[in-house]
Ligand binder design. Structure first.
Ligand SMILES: C[S@@+](CC[C@H](N)C(=O)[O-])C[C@H]1O[C@@H](n2cnc3c(N)ncnc32)[C@H](O)[C@@H]1O
Length: 305
């Protein structure tokens, strides 16, 4: 049996900035089917490229996990847009005991280093970015997951409009499972698929929802998902950011995905920022759509296939 590659990549850096080798193992939580960086044994890698995430706790966690997974003297290339954590990478790596060479290219900072013999502070950074229950939500969550330590106002609005759902449904982009938990309070719900592209969110939702009617899928809803068809209902607070940039196409793709998963007559309830132009797509892919509520910067729609 061939050995797994000792090179890995976390995320999807532009090849112009840092190119992982062709056999590099993907470790991003946003890549369904990828390995988890947490599961790589200590010292198992000899090269790692990290497109570092923007949040400080999440970024330091990923860098520390990467240094843990590298063999002594293994090569680490860490990069990020300057304004989204890149400017802090060099100092953060130095604080772990790394000697860093930094380049600036295309608004990014690119840091190259080697794992020191005795890095410092890895356990603390890993503990600070690890899954935990936050009192504000009363739920398992993790830095880096959507709105990880507070209730998103859009989620809060949709929570008040989930009554009466019944049958087989899906929570599309479930996050840590707040909407799913409220949906399962409806006794008529027989099955709820909780789907998200972020493995950490799916794992948190699995911990938060102890209900045999719920199942959990780590999947990208921009492509067909096996086992999701002919549903009676879908709920969603669609994303409108991809890799830190606004991407309205993502919300539109979620609306099309919801319509494709529902049976004729099936119901979709969703929340959106008032600035997002979703009505056109709702009216194209559903038989009817109406606004149920508006509050602050958010509106809730109900659409029937
Ligand atoms: C606005 S958040 C909503 C999270 C949760 N439903 C809530 O209301 O708190 C959107 C969620 O969609 C997920 N997501 C983004 N792109 C996705 C995709 N292509 N496929 C599946 N989930 C995706 C994100 O990881 C995020 O958890």
């Amino acid at each position: 049996m061939s050995q797994p590659s000792a090179e890995a990549v976390y995320g999807f850096p532009s090849a112009e900035l840092a190119a992982p080798g062709p056999g590099a193992r993907q470790l991003s939580p946003f890549a369904p089917g990828a390995e988890a960086i947490e599961d790589i044994a200590d010292g198992a890698l000899n090269r790692l490229v990290v497109l570092a995430p923007p949040g400080t706790l999440e970024r330091r966690y990923v860098l520390a996990q990467g240094l843990r997974a590298l063999a002594p003297d293994g090569a680490l290339i860490a990069l990020a847009p300057k304004a989204k954590g890149g400017a802090r990478l060099r100092g953060e790596l130095a604080a772990f005991g790394c000697a860093v060479h930094e380049d600036a290219r295309r608004h990014h900072r690119i840091c190259q280093t080697r794992r020191p013999g005795h890095p410092v502070g890895l356990a603390d950074a890993i503990a600070a970015g690890a899954p935990r229950i936050v009192p504000e939500l009363g739920l398992w969550t993790q830095p880096g997951v959507f709105s990880w330590d507070r209730l998103d106002p859009g989620t809060g609005l949709l929570l008040g409009h989930l009554a009466g759902l019944a049958g087989r449904g899906a929570d599309l982009g479930c996050g840590v499972g707040l909407l799913a938990l409220r949906t399962l309070a409806n006794p008529g719900v027989s099955d709820l698929a909780c789907v998200d592209i972020d493995r950490r969110a799916v794992e948190a939702a699995r911990r938060n929802i102890a209900d045999p009617r719920a199942r959990f899928l780590h999947a990208d809803l921009r492509a067909p998902v096996a086992g999701l068809e002919g549903l009676d209902f879908a709920i969603m607070n669609p994303p409108f950011h991809e890799a830190g940039k606004e991407d309205r196409g993502l919300g539109l793709a979620f609306i099309s995905a919801a319509a494709a998963l529902l049976r004729p007559g099936g119901v979709c309830r969703m929340v959106a920022n008032i600035a997002l132009p979703y009505e056109g797509r709702l009216n194209t892919v559903f038989a009817s759509a109406r606004m149920l509520a508006q509050s602050g910067r958010y509106k809730v729609y109900e659409a029937i296939k």
